[in-house]
Design a protein around this ligand. Sequence first.
Ligand code: PBG
Ligand code: ZN
Length: 358
Amino acid sequence: MTPATSRGCGKPCARRLRRCPSLPSLTTVTTSQTHRPRRRRRTDALRRLVREHQLDPADFIQPLFVVHGARVEREIPSMPGVSHLSVDESLDREVDRIRAVGIPAVLLFGLPAAKDEIGSENFAEDGIVQRALRRLRARHADLLLLTDVCCCEYTSHGHCGVLRAGAVDNDATLEILGRVAVTHAEAGADIVAPSGMMDGMVRAIRAALDGAGHTDQAILSYAVKYASAYYGPFREAADSAPAFGDRREYQMDPSNVREALLEAALDEAEGADMLMVKPALAYLDVVRAVRERTDLPLVAYNVSGEYSMVKAAARLGWIDERKVVLETLTGMRRAGADVIISYHAKDAAGWLAEESRG
Ligand code: PBG
Ligand code: ZN
C-alpha cells in the first residue's frame, strides 16, 4: 500500500491517513449542501440583484469614418453595419441614431482627399475631420467629440509618422501631432486620442494644446497599443495600411505585459487624462494589469478585427450575435475597463435598452 500523502495541509501526514483531515471530503460537501450558489441564480431579479458588472451605453464610444463627397453612406465590406459617411445629412443621420440609443460619444477617423509624405490634410483647417467636428459641434452641444490623432490615414506611405531615412522619425512626428490636436480642438473636439505610439506624444500634445489656450481639451492616450493583426479591417476602412514594412517599431510586441505598465506610467506622467488598452479581446489580462496600476479612467478598444469575426460568424449562423456581443463587452468591463470603444456600440446600446424594458 502506498502511504497516504497529505493534500490538504501541505505537511507530511504523520498519521498516514487515507484522507487528510484538514481537507473537507467531497462527500461531506455534497451531502450537507449548506452552500448552494444556485440560490442566487434562481430568478432574473435575483441574478440582477447580485450582478457584479453592468454594461451602460453611457460608457460606450462609437467610432465613425468620415469621408469627402456628398451623400456618401458606403458600407465597409469587411465591417457590415459600419459605413463611410460624408459630412452632411449622412453623418447627421448616423449620429442621430447613435444618440437615440444613449451613446454620449463618437470617435472620428478621417479619410483625406489626398495623401502626401507628411499627411498635410491631417492638420488642415478644412480637413475632413475638422469639418466633421464643426458640423457636429454646431448640431450637438453636449455630444462628446473624440478624434484619433495619428498620421497613417494621411501619409502616402501609410506610417504613423513622418519618415527620415525610411523609418518613422519620432520627434519630428511629435510636432505634427501637436498641430493636428490644436486644429481638432479649434474645430470642437473635447478629447484628442493620439494612437501612433510615439514616445512623448502625450507631453507634446498637452504642450501644444495648452500653448494654444485649449486647457480644457482632454487627452485619451492609446497608451498600450499592440502591433496587432486585428487592425486588418480598419486598415481597409481607413486606407491606412503601411506601404512598406509594418508597425512593430512603434506598436508593442503582443508578448509583453510589463511593458504595458511602463507605457501607461509614462503617459500618466506626461499628463494623459485617460488611458487605453488596444486591442481588447486578446488583451484582457493587460486591461486588468493596467487597471490595477492606475487610477485614471481606463478605456478598452474592441477593434475592427474583433468586430468582423463576430459579424462573419453571425452571418453564417454560427453564433448568436447579440448574446456574443453583450458577453464580450461585459468581459471587457469585468477585466477593468471603465469605457469601451466598439463598432458594436450602437447595436449593443439598443439591445441593452430592450433588455431593461424587459
Ligand atoms: C491609427 C489607428 C489604427 C486603429 C486605430 N487608430 C490602425 C493602426 O494602428 O494600424 C485601429 C482600429 C481598429 O482596428 O478598429 N493608428
Ligand atoms: Zn497610425
